[in-house]
Design a protein around this ligand. Structure first.
Ligand code: FAD
Length: 354
């Protein structure tokens, strides 16, 4: 009998872990709370089928694990558009100022949207191997087989890999026997990258900013938008602007937020901003599968990549993975890829295939 591994979460880390373990002969089963794949990678299709990244978008040449995976899966990428004038809004009483952004290390985006990597990994797994809409609420290691439970079902496995952000795991899953206290305390004080962010995008029929040699990039100390970029697709036939809204604006409703965003964008681009075909936003702090309501305020990246996450727990039956556990680039897509590779190596050294 093949060893059965249950993997919690179908984000980049969980899917890649499953693909690697399956290719090495393990039996795999992913349990995913959301009704979609991808976790913090979330490509939405707005008006005119314009791809909009509500989650992870950019990476650079330094993200070598992600780059290697993209290459292995035959997925192309392209440079973020930055050509043209950029702006900076230093404080509320001053108008936006033109800035020259020095020639910098380029950022890249995934061709076909960030979800291309998620789709490519999922295509290596069968439908039965990925169970969506399944929120794991308990893990029991007190018996020979591990039992993994949702509110309506229990599964048995030899091993479990959790790719939930460490704090979320501790706050939302009952673990028996209790997790080692040192691990638990550090996990609870580990920041989940981007858990407080809000992303906003507007779709347009024409790239009016590019027509005026404006890049679409701006930075603001005033807000609500803090940074904004051109978000047109690679073929430059679907046009959008997209960026981050200060997470503090999660405290007002969507209608008020939109009014404030549009008023700010008008300062940068003029009245033409109101001609949008679609307006999309995603408020990550209100998503319980990224941020638990009891999550304390933690300094960004605190405890990310802590070596304690590399311990095999519960007599080698529980492994912690996910981007926040990676030693390098924790919190980012590259960290998610690295965490999958690390956990699969660790698991193999402890457990033979059968
Ligand atoms: C707004 C935003 C912008 C970002 N921008 C970038 C960027 O530009 N570049 C970059 O490199 N990274 C970026 N990131 C970070 C990047 O998205 C993450 O590092 C990466 O996607 C994490 O993958 P993961 O698999 O480790 O975790 P996740 O994607 O969080 O996957 C964990 C999975 O577990 C599931 N889950 C949660 N609770 C349960 C439960 N109880 N039972 C079962 N399943 C559960 C979740 O639904 C989720 O699918 C961004 C993230 C956000 C939110």
């Amino acid at each position: 009998m093949k060893k059965k591994v249950i993997i919690l979460g179908a984000g980049l880390s969980g899917l890649y872990t499953a693909v690697l373990l399956k290719s090495q002969g393990y039996s795999v089963q992913i349990l995913e709370a959301r009704k979609r794949l991808g976790g913090r990678i979330y490509t939405q299709y707005a008006e005119l089928e314009t791809p909009i990244e509500m989650g992870a978008t950019w990476f650079g040449a330094k993200h070598t694990h992600l780059l290697a995976l993209l290459q292995k899966m035959g997925i192309e990428y392209y440079k973020q558009h930055t050509e043209g004038t950029a702006y900076f809004e230093p404080f509320s009483l001053a108008p936006p100022q033109k800035i020259n952004i020095p020639e910098q290390v380029p950022s890249y985006r995934i061709d076909g949207g960030s979800e291309a990597i998620i789709k490519a990994l999922a295509s290596k797994l069968s439908e039965e191997e990925i169970q969506l809409g399944t929120t794991v609420s308990a893990l029991n290691f007190a018996t020979e087989k591990v039992s993994v439970s949702s509110s309506s079902h229990t599964w048995e496995a030899d091993l479990v890999v959790s790719t939930l952000p460490p704090a979320l795991l501790c706050l939302s899953v009952a673990i028996n026997p209790a997790l080692d206290l040192e691990v638990k305390n550090i996990a609870l004080a580990t920041h989940t990258w981007m858990q407080d962010s809000i992303k906003t995008a507007l779709v347009y029929e024409t790239p009016f900013w590019r027509d005026k040699d404006v890049s679409g990039t701006f930075f603001s100390n005033v807000g609500p938008v803090t940074e904004f970029y051109d978000h047109s697709n690679r073929a430059v036939e679907k046009y959008a602007l997209c960026g981050f809204v200060n997470g503090g604006y999660a405290g007002i409703n969507a209608v008020q937020r939109k009014e404030k965003v549009l008023a700010q964008l008008e300062r940068f681009f003029g009245e033409v901003v109101h001609t949008y075909l679609d307006y999309v936003e995603y408020v990550w702090p209100q998503d319980p599968y990224t941020k638990h309501e009891a999550m304390p305020n933690i300094f960004p990246h605190q405890n990310n990549g802590h070596s304690i996450f590399e311990r095999a727990l519960m007599d080698g039956k529980l492994f912690l993975s996910g981007s926040e556990t990676a030693r390098n680039f924790p919190g980012y897509m590259d960290g998610a890829v690295q965490s999958a590779e690390r956990v699969v190596n660790d698991l193999k050294t402890i457990h033979s295939l059968v």
